[in-house]
Design a protein around this ligand. Structure first.
Ligand SMILES: [Zn+2]
Length: 223
């Protein structure tokens, strides 16, 4: 939902969330534009509703972008502009926790920019980025792109890079990462007993200790 401050990045599993993905004209959240906006609502780990919308950026889509996501100028020629559909997207995500892959440095910035441009506010939804989460849960995997994780978990990757397909793939990956978290990822991970987020080893004045990755919102520590 719209708010005054950005939501927090969480490092945990939750069974209820909205997984989302954007396709864009390029890799700059400040200069590129959204051309597809998709989201899947998840309850108890199961997909219960979906949202998907092509967006006309009113500029040519660079060939490199079309080659990645398969979206061409012709496909968005009759699509509505972002300001006409962003409100429906906000209604769909509500105040749920957002989940996505590489969203901390990429997709969230596009959403913040749109929220500021159209409403003069930001998004205060907390969010979980499955990219850093997968690095924590699967440190031995050499690459952590969404397709690498799908392959690791034997999840079909057909139609990858179209936003709605990526949402469904990302949901399945997140559910698998959730299992890793619940069993401590084979002993490599510990979870905060207070809020369920991962614990991180930190160094303090009196030596090493475990602190919650949710700091400062959660101040749990143990020696
Ligand atoms: Zn905590």
């Amino acid at each position: 939902m719209l708010g005054k401050r950005c939501g927090r990045k969480l490092e945990k599993y939750t069974p209820d969330y909205v997984v989302f993905d954007l396709e864009t004209t390029g890799i700059s959240p400040m200069q590129d534009d959204i051309i597809e906006l998709s989201a899947v609502k998840v309850r108890g780990g199961q997909a219960v509703d979906e949202f998907s919308q092509l967006v006309n950026p009113f500029r040519p889509i660079p060939r490199q972008a079309s080659m990645v996501n398969g979206i061409t100028d012709g496909m968005v020629a009759d699509a509505p502009p972002l300001d006409a559909v962003f409100g429906a997207f906000l209604d769909f995500i509500g105040d749920h926790i957002l989940v996505g892959h590489n969203i901390h440095t990429f997709d969230m910035k596009f959403l913040y920019r749109a929220a500021e441009a159209f409403y003069g506010r930001t998004l205060d939804n907390d969010y979980i980025d499955t990219l850093p989460l997968s690095r924590r849960c699967l440190p031995d995997l050499s690459r952590h792109r969404l397709t690498d994780l799908a392959k690791h978990y034997h999840i079909p990757a057909e139609g990858a890079h179209r936003a709605l397909n990526d949402c469904h793939m990302n949901r399945m990956v997140f559910e698998e990462l959730g299992k890793e978290l619940r069993c401590g990822a084979g002993g490599t991970l510990r979870l905060c007993p207070r809020c369920g987020q991962t614990l991180k080893q930190r160094n303090g004045r009196y030596g090493a200790f475990w602190g919650c990755s949710g700091f400062p919102a959660c101040r749990y520590t143990e020696s």
